[in-house]
Ligand binder design. Structure first.
Ligand code: BEZ
Length: 208
């Protein structure tokens, strides 16, 4: 099943390293960063799980709960977490879903048979508190994800929600933003009192 941006993400029950969860209930009023891994005790995954743990304060400050998934058993995850903590000098405090039968991996289209038939590729799902998919990205097995980008897109999504803006290429927090076409010049006067530059009628940029 493929899940598209704007869809309500599928709910599921699973065993995790933090005990059994029902996914939607676990997300609650937070955002979720749900990210899949091919297998436990693998090098790239070890660095990604470690990096997520190191960034726990960054995720928390954005009201985002990280949750991993790997197609192995909880007991394996627990032993692997001890390795992650030691080798990445961190403390993994977020859950990792146990999915040895690949039920959730299949539900979320994480198995890409051209890459591997029994291991999940590296998919990211950014899910909002309404349980809607807001962003997804998929990496192959041999390329670790960029966590600066993961935090950046969360910032961009949350800013777009709160300020009625869009973000340009390579935007980073504090940079100029775009006034979307859905906002008329008349409305923009109220929302963006500092004004804006009109480069083209369809391209208006402003500072917040
Ligand atoms: C890794 O995490 O290093 C990895 C996992 C599966 C295939 C290739 C690399």
């Amino acid at each position: 099943m493929s899940i598209h941006i704007g869809d309500l993400v599928p709910d599921f029950e699973a065993d995790t390293t933090a005990g059994p969860i029902r996914f939607h209930e676990w997300i609650g009023d937070s955002w979720a960063f749900f990210f899949s891994h091919p297998a436990d005790f693998t090098p790239v995954c070890t660095t990604e799980i470690g990096r997520t743990a190191q960034l726990s304060a960054e995720f928390a400050s954005r009201n985002v709960k990280p949750i991993g998934l790997s197609t192995d058993y909880r007991e394996e995850h627990e032993k692997w977490i001890a390795d992650v903590n030691e080798t990445q000098n961190t403390h993994v405090g977020f859950p990792i879903v146990a999915d040895p039968e690949m039920q959730i991996a299949r539900l979320y289209d994480m198995i890409h048979p051209g890459e591997h038939v029994t291991e999940a590729v590296r998919t990211v799902f950014i899910i909002d508190p309404d349980k809607k998919l807001r962003l997804t990205m998929t990496y192959p097995m041999n390329v670790g994800r960029n966590f600066d980008e993961i935090l950046r897109v969360i910032d961009a999504l949350q800013l777009a929600d709160s300020k009625k803006i869009a973000t340009p290429a390579d935007w980073t927090p504090g940079g100029k933003v775009i006034i979307p076409l859905s906002v008329s010049d008349e409305e923009a006067k109220d929302i963006f009192p500092k004004g804006w530059d009109t480069l083209r009628p369809y391209l208006r940029v402003t500072e917040l």
